[in-house]
Design a protein around this ligand. Sequence first.
Ligand code: ATP
Length: 489
Amino acid sequence: MSDQPDLEAVLRSRTPIVALETREERRALDLLRQLANRLPWPVYKWTVTEGLTSLAFDFALEGRHTDPVAILRHIRDAARPGVYVLVDFHPFLDDPVNVRLLKDIALRYDTNPRTVVLLSHALALPAELDNHATLFHLQLPDRQTRRRIVLDEARRWKAEKGRKVGADREALERLIDNLSGLTAAEVRRLAHKAIFDDGVIDAHDLPRLMQAKYELINQDGVLHFEYATERFADIGGFSRLREWLERRRSAFHDPRPELDVPRGILLLGVQGCGKSLAARAVAGIWGIPLLRLDFATLYNKYHGETERNLRKALRAAEAMAPCVLWIDEIEKGLSTSDNDAGTSRRILGTLLTWMAEQAKGVFLVATANDIQALPPELIRKGRLDEIFFVDLPDRAARKHIFDIHLRKRGADPLHFSTGELARETEGFSGAEIEQLVVSALYAAHARQAPLRDADLRAEIARTRPLSVVMAEKVAALREWARERTVAVD
Ligand code: ATP
């Protein structure tokens, strides 16, 4: 693992601003210190507390310039070329004076070459600087290194406790996989935790590990983490989707040269028919965590910075790989018919580029209700592996949904004629059937008697399902889907 040649090449490439984003400040500074001896220019370090120091010799310089504006002026006006490493400068990038000074430094680079390295744990460069900056990331430990660290922690446990760590081979391999995207120190810390809590590496360690990893990686709340436990056993219908996923399970976990790595699906369909449940079940049956990308937060919280933050969220998802990235109601985030069409276009562009280049290990599940609002680029063949249509459940699926929801609420389905009830609920969605069960239970409770078929029938008679209320819309959606999509069941 060597970052040195890469960073040296960047610094020699006449780039005025290098954005070095890392949670390993000490390692980055050591690397820059080593490079200071190889580069033809002096390398300086600046922090708001210490001001300017020489990085190689670690001594303070005259006029320390602890003030951010003063240091940027100093760099801009310095007579000689140099590399200035500004540590934790990110809070000061909110100030337009600092942004302009950085741009001045960049624009004068040809006549006065000075490189500014912005070193922070998280950086959001203002758009004004994009053209002048190069992003640099330190390499993270590869699989072999991660394995070495885990085994090293296992040896330490044995030396301390006098007995071997109990490890289930599959869980060990999954642990090593799931430690990807972390720094060496973090890998060690999490491996230590997994081993030293009970001296065993097994399937119980994984959810905890993924939760801890998520907390390290997700700092701004755009991604929500769930260790999904949903299984297809609790979902009526979806047999074809289930089979599709089971066939690809091993290619996703263990890519083979002759098989394309599964990249993602779109679940399009009628409201309340289980798209969200199915998205969770993908993660559940593949045994990987689910990350939900929240477009609403992306737009609200970061007005004007939406694109950059989407890129950041996608990078975080890559670091969480293997995982499912679920984008719920994707059409709402990408709709190009709203007032802010420019932003939506760019967001769509960012997402499509990511999908095309996407690193292995992130499986995208997008869900959508409204085809009108879906950008055609997204559903073009080849972007996603498959577009599935989630239709209203058929009779067999409806029976299954009755069974599931009765059982969930403590009623034995065998005491009900769920086959008959399924026949009487043509056009009902899964959510509506669930609601029937819930309301019928209230009715039974009010009578202080056990739930009966008649309670369910009374609720059926009272309900006007969405497929009736919005018959035209549902018919249009089905018509559209018939030619373009694959049914989930
Ligand atoms: P929306 O488009 O409104 O978000 P959706 O298609 O994502 O709807 P879900 O949120 O998954 O639907 O469904 C709502 C609830 O209805 C689920 O939490 C579940 O309890 C029930 N439900 C829907 N479809 C099914 C199904 N096929 N099997 C079991 N339960 C279902």
